[in-house]
Write a protein that binds this ligand. Sequence first.
Ligand SMILES: O=C(O)CCC(=O)C(=O)O
Length: 290
Amino acid sequence: MKGHKPRPGRGCGYALPLPIAVLVCSAFFFFGYYIALPNNQEIVVENDVSRLHRQNFLEVSEGVTAEHGVTGDDKLSIIPFQVLSWKPRALLFPGFANKQQCETIIALAKSRLTPSGLALRKGETADGTKDVRTSSGTFLSANQDKSGTLRWVEERMAKATMIPREHGEAFNVLRYEIGQKYNSHFDVFNPAEYGPQKSQRMASFLLYLSDVEEGGETMFPFENYQNMNMGYDYKQCIGLKVKPKQGDALLFYSLNPNGTFDAAALHGSCQVIQGEKWVATKWIRDSMER
Ligand SMILES: O=C(O)CCC(=O)C(=O)O
């Protein structure tokens, strides 16, 4: 062993020709790097929303699932979200659905549109409230959609909210043309104004089916309980504004965790200034009774 010293110019200290030594050392380096990253491809995907947008990459099952109960999933669902507000509790799910899914829903709704209606308070008339909501729309249930897209959206939404899909009303698909809007309102029905209710709309889920060039934001004028004492005009487009983007979904809760109404959940649609807005709304009830 005496005098056994690595010779200069010989990679890794062995008597190998230099190009082979470089090759062998690189192979060891990349092998070591690979095994030092166990199962973390999914973590990279989870953080890469733009890649999720491109691939509509929704579920993975390799090596990252936990033991689950009878009604659980054997796959890991990746549903990225951003908390937009705690007052009201509002979340945005970027890239919830893909372009093709949005266009399938628009195509299904397009030939069935009629002027949007309103639930009337005691003493109100359809004529007296016709400027409150000027969009057109239609109700669609998942079993009217042979492509299965609406069913897919419902199932994914049930996972994101952990509220069973049976609590959802039919989708209300809406189209807003230039100048059209929905004045601010609550989705809950105050029994003092609307009469006795069997259940309440506890949460609302909006899937934006199109981009809008300008305007058409979903607004929350009382976000963080602001603007409540200024004699707010329900037509005004102020507060937290969520810009529609095709495929993104917005979820907000109208009931507080203790079941009381959240005043910060007042919301509406700003008027469309340029372009056209398509959105599919699903109201989620606190019980299956209507
Ligand atoms: O179109 C929107 O952004 C809001 C829709 C809405 O408020 C509703 O359908 O209750």
